[in-house]
Ligand binder design. Structure first.
Ligand code: UD1
Length: 341
């Protein structure tokens, strides 16, 4: 059995944690990353955790020549495709860049997979494909809503590309994992999230505020139709999320896929509000966070959380790390970063 896995975007937040989980499950990750939004030092963090070197190739997944070389010089049976642009706001300002990069990389990989007989691919999708669902929690059968940003549209389009390509080529196996909100860091605090500039996402903003890098966290809205008025999300520990990728690769390699294109929700099943995150973060880390209630952020949905039953039963995967531990790990990682600087 070929246990080598090409991990595009393997230096990124979810990609790096997945490389660790793959290695610990007996796989050999081969990282391809163009370091557009990540750092080379992440490879050292991964190697330190797994206790052996990990192969790293600096290349852009949209570059057909560079990627042809990657495919012809390496022998792998599966791909996990993380490499993509991920800023919701930026995607509305630079839609063409988002379409070119996020669609182009997938098309390139699928073409090369056919030429080199690589059968399996796991794709990073997002709960953003559901928009504001009419009924919560969302299952994989919940209808997708029309995308409101180019970023969300690229996720939907990539899912459709996989579905239609798999329908035409029976040897191709594809799995889209719809991530909810990944947070936290590896328990070793050797890898974690590395946002550039001012963070858009909640947790990096929280940890940077706690560290004094940001003055004050704005909680976007307390007038939503939720118990405490702030938005609700399904925050999933990044190591738990990483393990779902190992289960997805196992499933394809072991021939357990039920069809060429499968979709799984990767969430905890718990809806947690922004204010609950703030309060739990303060409590478990024994600190006070400077925060204020601000107006709603445009484009935010009120509430979403997963029904992860299908992933639990079919993938044999379940989120297990308690939110408290995850929030502690996020703070440990932030403190480690401060020490390094
Ligand atoms: C969004 C996308 C998700 C994408 C992710 C990556 C949607 C529905 N979700 O997640 O698909 O993968 O970005 O960037 O489009 N918040 C604050 N103050 C802050 C930052 C955030 O109150 O400074 C609140 C937000 O209003 C939201 C929650 O925290 O309710 C989580 O926000 P964020 O971490 O940005 O993730 P999403 O917007 O849920």
């Amino acid at each position: 059995m070929n246990k080598r896995v090409l991990v595009t975007g393997g230096c990124g937040f979810i990609g790096s944690h997945t490389c660790v989980e793959l290695a610990e499950a007996g796989y050999e990750p081969i990282i391809v990353d163009n370091l557009n939004n990540s750092e080379r030092s992440v490879v050292d963090g991964i190697s330190a955790i797994i206790g052996r070197p990990v192969k790293f190739i600096e290349a852009d997944c949209c570059d057909p020549v560079a990627m042809e070389k990657v495919f012809s010089e390496n022998d792998f049976s599966s791909i996990i495709h993380f490499a993509a642009y991920k800023s919701v706001n930026e995607s509305s300002v630079k839609p063409l860049e988002y379409f070119k990069n996020n669609l182009g990389s997938l098309l390139n990989l699928l073409t090369l997979m056919r030429e080199h007989n690589v059968p399996n691919i796991v794709f990073s999708s997002s709960c953003t494909v559901y928009g504001q669902a009419d009924k919560l929690p969302v299952t994989e059968k919940t209808p997708r809503k029309e995308a409101t940003t180019p970023y969300g549209l690229t996720k939907q389009m990539c899912e459709d590309i996989l579905k239609n390509t798999a329908a035409a080529y029976p040897q191709l196996k594809t799995i889209a994992l719809r991530y909810f909100n990944p947070i936290g860091a590896h328990p070793s605090a050797l890898i974690g999230e590395l946002p550039r500039g001012i963070p858009n996402n909640l947790l990096p903003y929280v940890t940077q505020t706690a560290a004094g890098i940001r003055e004050c966290l704005s909680v976007f809205g307390d007038d939503y139709n939720t118990p405490d008025g702030s938005c609700i999300r399904d925050y999933i520990d990044v190591t738990d999320l990483a393990k779902a990728h190992v289960c997805a690769v196992n499933r394809m390699i072991e021939g357990k896929s039920k069809s060429g294109y499968e979709v799984f929700n990767v969430g905890t099943g718990n809806g947690v509000s922004t204010l609950e995150i703030v309060k739990t973060f303060e409590k478990v880390n024994n600190l006070k966070l400077n925060y204020k209630i601000a107006g709603r952020r445009e484009g935010d949905i009120e509430a979403i959380w997963a029904d992860p039953t299908y992933a639990n039963e079919e993938l044999g995967w379940k989120a297990v790390r308690p939110l408290e531990d995850t929030l502690k790990s996020a703070w440990q990682w932030q403190q480690n970063l401060a020490r390094k600087k």
